[in-house]
Design a protein around this ligand. Structure first.
Ligand SMILES: *[C@@H]1O[C@H](CO)[C@@H](O)[C@H](O)[C@H]1NC(C)=O
Ligand SMILES: *[C@@H]1O[C@H](CO)[C@@H](O)[C@H](O)[C@H]1NC(C)=O
Ligand SMILES: *[C@@H]1O[C@H](CO)[C@@H](O)[C@H](O)[C@H]1NC(C)=O
Length: 361
């Protein structure tokens, strides 16, 4: 009787408090592996150059509702930096020290106690766990980081993670040290990552092949939802193929219907799409699509922004007039011309770069 009373009090308390987890009451009771998180591809790669994948920085992404982030680790003069491909080449993109970006996550988690955030590192320069971990501690993030056991299928609910204040989930693609840093978790112990190079939306939506680890089904799934334009080579499976994001069609790629069509291809082969990562998340309907996967569509605080004119941003967003939620219907012809030109310039830059690299190789 006493137990029942305590239980009832608990239920009543959460009902009265109106607790929300990542913005939705309905997500509180779901284990993390049954929740879909809106994510960005190369979250740090912001700007208007050929090596950018986003219009807005990570603090804006957090404020807008992105909850899954991908950070590429490189070493530059002994400092761990976030760079696209290379740090030392002006044609690529150097987003500065990892330590600066970690402070952005720290202040977000401090001021948003009901939010769970996921970071995945792609550790290109084999930075040891013993180097990454002190940066996390210095930023004040280690206490937030949750440690799961490799391969687990029993994750805590979002409400559990929130009440334990373990609201940061950190993955890396190599060099873990579970004995010393159990919260730094190897991606291939936890999630499958879909293939990531497609030249058109039809090919993208029809496929859910797993690239990392090749063909292996793990308990969680990360869906890479992006269309690219080839620059050198045309076979997406050729390891030497060079490509840029297909910026002209990004609002269509990221439309509600296209995201859900692609995700359905994965659901049809038995996956739950935990992480849905896009380029230029401000274009299209990533939030509404992910909310639909979570069965909370329409319940997001502040509603959904229309695809086009959010704020002035470099590259795609500045000229965007893409139509939200429609398949095969990109923005007006003017914006296509402008964006197409931008894409062509990017393609040229990358081509020059490829030639330069070949010369120097
Ligand atoms: C991030 O972008 C916002 C505008 O979207 C800007 O106000 C803010 O200063 C930027 N933060 C950093 C660290 O660059
Ligand atoms: C779409 O792209 C795939 C490769 O990603 C290619 O095989 C296919 O022919 C393309 N389809 C069209 C209609 O261009
Ligand atoms: C933004 O988009 C809406 C809907 O397409 C349109 O009515 C409005 O004029 C646009 N605003 C700007 C500043 O472009």
């Amino acid at each position: 009787m006493k137990v029942l009373a305590i239980l009832l009090t608990g239920i009543l308390a959460s009902a009265v408090s109106g607790q929300k987890c990542n913005g939705f009451a309905a997500l509180c009771t779901k284990p993390l592996n049954q929740v879909a998180f809106p994510g960005t591809h190369n979250s740090y790669a912001v700007g208007s150059t050929a090596s950018a994948n986003q219009n807005f920085n990570i603090s804006r992404q957090l404020a807008d509702g992105i909850r899954m982030f991908e950070l590429d680790l490189h070493l530059k003069n002994g400092v761990v930096e976030l760079c696209h491909t290379q740090c030392d080449n002006v044609l690529f993109l150097d987003a500065g020290p990892l330590s600066s970006t970690l402070t952005v996550f720290k202040s977000f988690l401090d001021s948003n106690p009901g939010e769970v955030v996921i970071i995945t590192f792609e550790n290109y320069d084999n930075v040891p766990a013993a180097t990454v971990a002190p940066l996390m501690s210095a930023a004040g993030l280690t206490d937030y980081a949750y440690a799961a056991s490799a391969g687990t299928t029993t994750w805590p609910t979002l409400a559990d993670l929130i009440s334990q204040n373990k609201r940061l989930i950190v993955f890396t693609d190599r060099l873990v040290d579970y004995a010393n840093y159990p919260w730094l978790m190897l991606t291939t112990d936890f999630f499958s990552d879909t293939f990531y190079i497609y030249w058109n939306i039809t090919a993208l939506n029809a496929d859910c092949s797993i690239d990392r680890p090749s063909g292996v089904k793990l308990p969680l799934l990360s869906v890479h939802h992006a269309v690219s334009t080839p620059v050198l080579g045309t076979n997406p499976r050729d390891p030497n193929v060079v490509y840029v994001p297909a910026v002209a069609s990004v609002a269509t790629t990221n439309s509600y219907s296209n995201i859900l069509l692609h995700v359905a291809t994965c659901q049809n082969v038995g996956y739950f799409p935990n992480f849905v990562r896009v380029d230029y998340y401000d274009q299209g309907d990533i939030f509404r699509a992910v909310d639909a996967i979570n069965s909370v569509e329409g319940q997001r605080d502040g509603g959904y922004k229309t695809t086009a004119n959010t704020t002035t941003a470099p590259a795609a967003a500045s000229t965007g007039t893409g139509t939200s939620g429609t398949v095969g219907k990109p923005g007006g012809s003017h914006s296509i011309r402008v964006r197409g030109l931008w894409e062509a310039i990017n393609a040229l830059t990358i081509l020059l770069l490829a030639v330069t690299l070949t010369f120097h190789a």
